[in-house]
Design a protein around this ligand. Structure first.
Ligand code: HEM
Length: 498
């Protein structure tokens, strides 16, 4: 378990009833092991009967939050990471799944959800080697399974036992498992680090009232859950009264305002993006080693500038608590000042001291994903597009010397990130950030380059390292599957099966 060291998830009595209704995955399971079962129903009646039996076994937001808080306190006090353990189950359903069981009100759903991730490939840059035509089962050709069962746990034996029970339930209702995916945190000492070697999940916004976080700022519940005020000032899932946004060169496809409200059963639900992103670790390491000397940086410095943080999670911007003689853009400050990794320091920067990107290039992954106080084209602000990420790594550890993915790829070399995020609008959150920020060479400014980590729409591209020059990077991340889902509330699931 990797993220529970933060003082997250203090219950707020005002939303206790809502937390009991939402599924807990949006709050954050933060488990070392996850098992995804991709399923198709046999017919509407047996599908609904399955959901009816499954619903009371699903983890709600309150129990997940209280568990996480107890875990953090226990670890702070006793330091035993295994003292408290749990296994959680959640359920997501796709548009094909909703159609199949005859869910009401589907005509009100936004276009992107109706189309599915595969059909949105041109917009989000899943082209070339990431084209849905190349995706793995069960996402072959961009297909979305009817639903996903997510199991998450600390203990593998408990997780297996729970999965067996769920599989028995599936069999009783003639539901077919069309795919399986395991996600596992990397082994110590890399727990919580993604496969390129960087600590992940460092900057996570808290959801106002629903979670409490010491790091990463706060977003309104309406950015994550349906039925609450969002950061645009609208109620998520409801038609807006403000005039529609006109297309501009920067934002040629503004998110259309919903014409009609989402059906009542979606309240307290959240849309989920799942992306299976395969990582070419050997290719990443090779690129860094080859390019670093050409711009007068060490391999580690260039890799850190590509992400925007050091592998430890320490930012490359100056932080409170960092010794004055340490330049955080040149050395990982946590080596001499471990306190920079504390919750009150680790996100205490907003790029206002670094407008030109001399420390953290504007094209780096974290600055693309969250430009903080940067002044954005067309006056947009980054706090309207923050992401609640709940992904996990998958696949074996990289062994130096193994063939580089993309050149010679034995089947057993599939490793990467199961990217998961929750939002009230996929268009305004995941799709916007991926298409307008990550995939644009001119975001924020011409020459910044595309996000070197996640823009898969070109085989290579320039990355600008201010003060050092430009490097041309290959692509190391390939989309090999994914889909758009909704995690309905528990009351929403009951309404759906009535
Ligand atoms: C294999 C693919 C990916 C890798 C290796 C990766 C890696 C990382 C790392 C190392 C960080 C810095 C630590 C942190 O703040 O959590 C980060 C941050 C972040 N990533 Fe990714 N990421 C990947 C895919 C994505 C995707 C697909 C998105 C969304 C489109 C995304 C959105 C974000 C966001 C929003 C942040 C936080 C930025 C901030 O607030 O500073 N990442 N990622």
């Amino acid at each position: 378990m990797t993220e529970k060291s933060t003082p997250q998830n203090t219950p707020d009595i005002k939303v206790t009833a809502e937390l009991r209704d939402i599924q807990g995955g949006a709050i954050g399971f933060f488990k070392d092991h996850e098992r995804f079962l991709f399923i198709n129903f046999a017919d509407a009646a047996t599908g609904k009967a399955f959901i009816t039996e499954l619903e009371p076994t699903l983890a709600n937001g309150l129990e997940v939050r209280r568990f996480n808080e107890a875990f953090s306190e226990n670890r702070r006090h006793q330091g035993d990471p295994d003292a408290l353990q749990s296994t959680w189950v959640n359920f997501w359903i796709s548009r094909p799944g909703l159609t199949f069981i005859g869910a009401p009100g589907l005509e009100a759903f936004p276009d992107e959800f109706a189309a599915g991730m595969g059909a949105r490939n041109a917009l989000i840059g899943d082209v070339g080697t990431s084209d849905p035509a190349t995706w793995q089962a069960p996402f072959t050709g961009g297909a979305e399974p009817h639903a996903v069962i997510v199991l998450a746990g600390d203990n593998l034996a408990d997780l297996d036992a729970r999965r067996t029970k769920v599989e028995e339930m599936l069999a009783r209702h003639s539901v077919t498992i069309v795919g399986r995916q395991d996600g596992d945190a990397r082994p110590a000492p890399f727990g919580g680090h993604e496969h390129f070697g960087f600590k992940d999940g460092v900057s996570q916004p808290a959801i106002e009232k629903f979670t409490k976080s010491g790091k990463g700022g706060t977003i309104p519940p309406g950015d994550v859950f349906i039925g609450y005020r969002d950061s645009e000032g609208n109620i998520s899932g409801q038609p807006v009264t403000t005039p529609p946004v006109a297309p501009t060169p920067y934002n040629p496809t503004p998110v259309p305002a919903p014409a009609q409200p989402l059906p009542d059963w979606t309240r307290n639900g959240s849309f989920v993006v799942l992306r299976k992103l395969r990582q070419d670790v050997g290719g990443f390491n090779t690129s860094m080693a080859n390019a670093a000397p050409t711009v007068g940086l060490t391999t580690e410095q260039l890799a850190a500038k590509t992400v925007g943080r050091w592998p430890s999670g320490a930012p490359m911007e100056r932080l409170p608590g960092c010794p004055a003689h340490i330049d955080p853009a040149l050395n990982d400050p946590s080596v001499v000042a471990p306190e920079v990794l504390n919750a009150q320091h680790i996100n205490a920067f907003d790029f206002t001291d670094d407008p030109d990107g001399n420390n953290v290039p504007r094209g780096s992954h974290i600055r693309k994903m969250n430009p903080r106080k940067d002044v954005l084209p067309d006056g947009d602000t980054s706090d309207k597009h923050r992401m609640v990420r709940r992904g996990i790594t998958y696949g074996p550890e990289f062994t130096p010397g193994e063939p580089v993915y993309g050149q010679t790829v034995p089947d057993n070399q599939d490793r990467g990130l199961l990217f998961v995020n929750y939002q009230a609008s996929i268009a305004r959150t995941f799709e916007f950030v991926q298409s307008h920020w990550a995939n644009r060479e001119d975001f924020q400014k011409p020459g910044d380059g595309k996000d070197p980590i996640i823009s898969q729409d070109t085989p290579d591209g320039p990355f600008n390292v201010p003060g050092h020059g430009q490097v041309n990077f290959a692509r190391w991340v390939t989309t090999v599957g994914g889909g758009y889902f909704i995690a309905p509330s528990l009351s929403g699931l009951r309404a759906l099966t009535r």
